[in-house]
Ligand binder design. Sequence first.
Ligand SMILES: NC(=O)c1ccc[n+]([C@@H]2O[C@H](COP(=O)([O-])OP(=O)(O)OC[C@H]3O[C@@H](n4cnc5c(N)ncnc54)[C@H](OP(=O)(O)O)[C@@H]3O)[C@@H](O)[C@H]2O)c1
Length: 239
Amino acid sequence: MKVAVIGAGNLGMALIKNAMKNTEIIAVRRRIEKAQEMKGVEFANEIEGASEANIFLVALKPHVFRGHLELIGEVVKSKPLISFVAGVRLEEMLKHIENPFRAMTNLGIEERGVVACYPPETAEHLRFLEADYIYCETEDELDAMTSYLGSSPALIAKLFNAFVISALHQGISYNHALKAGISAFQSAAYLYSKYGLEKTIRKIATPGGTTAEGLRQIAGIEKGFIDALISASRRVDEL
Ligand SMILES: NC(=O)c1ccc[n+]([C@@H]2O[C@H](COP(=O)([O-])OP(=O)(O)OC[C@H]3O[C@@H](n4cnc5c(N)ncnc54)[C@H](OP(=O)(O)O)[C@@H]3O)[C@@H](O)[C@H]2O)c1
């Protein structure tokens, strides 16, 4: 089996690094001279160069995808095409693409990650990826995943960086701050999903202790984070 990735940029290359463990790849980008040699990955600088693939993933910028919908439809024919492009809806794709599906993920997919998909059967065409799936119930939910799955690692990296800076300020070395940060962010997600917020806090905080003092200060940051994610999510309607 061959999988074509049309748009081998930031997201396309992350998908390729994951998929190349299980399948041959045709990677399409304009400047193939910038591509690094990778085992099992053949580069093409024209979309037509992907025609022999069995499955097509698209990771182009939205305006580039829209500008090439007709050509892509001619190359793909009735084979499945899974678009990771923000904001381009199935209805728009169906004008030129016979068998379109939609998915969203983030750059963490290069190692292993989560792929949101719509409709749910999209996942059946992505079996070559080492991933877990979110089966979106509506296309609007998939669109919102652009922010909550696609962009959020950049926002959370800012929070992670704040954690590291704070630890450095308190005399912890950079490597130790990094290790503590990874543990703290992973543990927070684990404990929240297992016990919920209230029980997690009750188990960690002692009356009058360090956690309670930190919680008093963090209240202002929550609203900013909520607003940042909502603003990012609304932006998808304008793409
Ligand atoms: N970056 C993320 O974290 C992320 C996360 C989730 C979703 N996405 C979605 O993924 C899509 C791509 O984003 P990106 O950040 O990966 O963009 P990017 O790094 O700019 O990659 C776009 C790729 O498309 C190629 N390209 C442009 N015009 C082309 C053409 N006419 N024919 C063939 N290839 C062409 C570019 O090739 P050259 O480099 O050779 O010009 C580039 O490799 C967007 O729709 C975005 O919403 C991105």
